[in-house]
Design a binder for this molecule. Structure first.
Ligand SMILES: [Fe+2]
Length: 421
């Protein structure tokens, strides 16, 4: 194949005039994954713009003074329960010289003290004191017009839904219900219904790819039916299952829904195109795939992608969150949080923990995506520029069409609007 020319007749973007999106529907230019200027603009317009970003669970900070470190885009933040039990989110950046002062992943504290010059903030992010404000023996110190209140931590807008905490740099945001839209709100509140949660564990891993590849990955049923031997062979997601894709009206969030049939999938003609389908493969312990129906939902799994930084997964009895933390154009961190409910039986909790081995950095199928995304980033980074193709299916099609890139295209339609590309 020849190298594709970038069309020159599309309207240029004001901030990045040399970057022109290809005209053909479904074409995705390489530079959105690699160009540092695009990455910077994403931080400004998406993560620091009018978006709700997942930052943690209320159950991680149950008591006054409990805090966790988290991120909004690349910006480090602290999520804390203040003395009046209100959840606060502020930048993890000292107002003095800019130090990322909190280095503990989680803890309990009455205040935050920057280690560099000991500026001290209370749990609402207010600057409570600075050492040597008036100098020593009348010499030195800050000028008379120095006000503590001019140097508070930068606070973010916060909202909580069913125990999940979201933050925004924008103070003018719709409710999370309106932000998600009715299609996704229903899926979200099936899991976050207000029932008390219980943390089962957290792990983090760094992936060598652009952060958007992970959003794409969970909006991409095509790969799920092909790449993942575990999903196809044991019927968790195989072409022919009852499936659906729903998206919000702006196309930025979506949910990939699937109903696993009883038992193993038939080894019929529909599996001939699936090289990852291994009819002879057996599980030594099939109990890992047991499903205790716990929600009033026709789906055994839903993969909900919430723009811009959250994946909410329900797969059999696995409940987990994946928070995307971009770390430059070519790298992002995933923070995986597995949870259940406080009133789960000990057996169900054990089952959830065991079942969680399916996902995660070393999981039975999570590892496939880690590799595939790295292959994509390597390919894009190291070869001559051309466009990727996401032209499967139609933009308007029945919800149960599964061999489609519809949700990827709708995400990029929204992305282009926000980015002015
Ligand atoms: Fe995957």
């Amino acid at each position: 194949m020849t190298v594709q020319a970038i069309p020159q007749n599309a309207a240029p973007n004001h901030e990045l005039p040399d970057l022109i999106w290809p005209e053909k529907s479904g074409d995705i230019p390489d530079w959105i994954y690699t160009d540092p200027r695009v990455y910077e603009l994403e931080q400004k317009r998406i993560f620091q713009g009018a978006t709700w970003n997942y930052v943690g669970l209320e159950v991680e900070i149950p008591k006054r003074g409990d805090f966790i470190r988290s991120y909004v885009g690349s910006v480090p933040v602290i999520v804390v329960r203040d003395l009046r039990e209100q959840v606060r989110v502020f930048e993890n950046r000292c107002a003095h010289r800019g130090a990322e002062f909190c280095k503990s992943y989680r803890g309990n504290s009455r205040s935050f003290v920057c280690p560099y010059h000991h500026w001290t903030y209370d749990l609402t992010g207010k600057l409570a004191g600075v050492p040597f404000r008036n100098g020593v023996d009348g010499k030195g110190g800050y000028p008379e017009d120095f006000n503590l209140s001019d140097h508070n931590l930068r606070s973010l807008n916060v909202t909580v839904l069913g125990g999940a905490i979201f933050a925004s740099f924008s103070q003018d945001m719709p409710s999370l219900e309106d932000y998600l839209g009715p299609e996704l709100y229903g899926e979200f509140t099936t899991i976050f219904s207000g029932r008390k949660l219980k943390m089962l564990g957290i792990h983090r891993n760094v992936l060598q790819g652009n952060w958007k590849l992970y959003q794409e990955n969970l909006k991409d049923p095509y790969h799920a039916t092909l790449l993942h031997t575990y999903l196809t062979t044991f019927g968790l997601f195989v072409a022919g299952n009852k499936t659906g894709i729903v998206a919000d009206k702006d196309g930025r969030h979506s949910a990939l829904l699937n109903a696993k049939p009883e038992g193993r999938p038939d080894n019929d003609a529909s599996k001939a195109e699936i090289r990852s389908f291994k009819a002879a493969m057996q599980l030594a312990d099939p109990s890992i795939l047991e499903f205790n129906k716990e929600f009033d939902s026709p789906w055994t799994s839903s993969a909900i992608t919430i723009w811009p930084n959250l994946i909410l997964i329900r797969q059999l009895n696995i409940l987990s969150l994946r928070m995307i933390v971009p770390q430059g154009p070519n790298e992002f961190m995933l923070v995986w949080t597995a949870f259940g409910y406080e009133d789960d039986s000990p057996e169900l909790e054990q089952h959830r923990l065991r079942q969680n081995n399916i996902f995660g950095p070393g999981g039975f199928l999570g590892i496939d995506d880690n590799e595939a995304l790295r292959f994509v980033q390597d390919g894009i980074k190291r070869s001559l520029p051309r466009h990727g193709v996401a032209s499967l299916g139609k933009d308007v099609e029945p919800m149960d069409t599964v061999i489609t890139d519809r949700a990827i295209r709708s995400m990029y339609k929204h992305y282009r609007e926000v980015m002015g590309l």
